[in-house]
Design a protein around this ligand. Sequence first.
Ligand code: TYD
Length: 135
Amino acid sequence: MTPIDNCKLIDLPKIGEPRGNLTFVEGGRHVPFEIKRVYYLYDVPGGAERGGHAHKGLHQLIVAMSGSFDIVLDDGQSKKRFHLARSYFGLYVCPMIWREMDNFSSGAVCLVLASNLYDESDYYRDYDEFKRDLK
Ligand code: TYD
């Protein structure tokens, strides 16, 4: 078991109707944290890469609200690639996980539910520094 094993795809509730589907997320119930901030990535140009950082204390749930993209998680020991393409799946990312995001489809929208407000001092933007602090 390495830290990356705490990061999982969460199957979110889905109310399916002929009129369309509805999915909801409740902090502390469907995700193991209270939700303090929501942000989203959109209009990502083809071939662009996002991420390239880790968080010291932030917990996140990442959802492909529309379209698809890939997320590679790395805990310094192992790496896992996830393909997100459904709005009823969320990828839970715990603290101290380096992530890279690529392979965005056109029109992709990436929703992120986060456990805290934006704080640049919570980021590792240097991979070597991240690796150093893991030890
Ligand atoms: P970053 O977290 O690096 O984005 P990504 O992981 O998608 O590549 O953030 C990109 C820029 O946006 C960076 O300059 C910080 C800023 N930002 C905010 O000002 N507030 C926020 O809530 C977030 C997530 C980012």
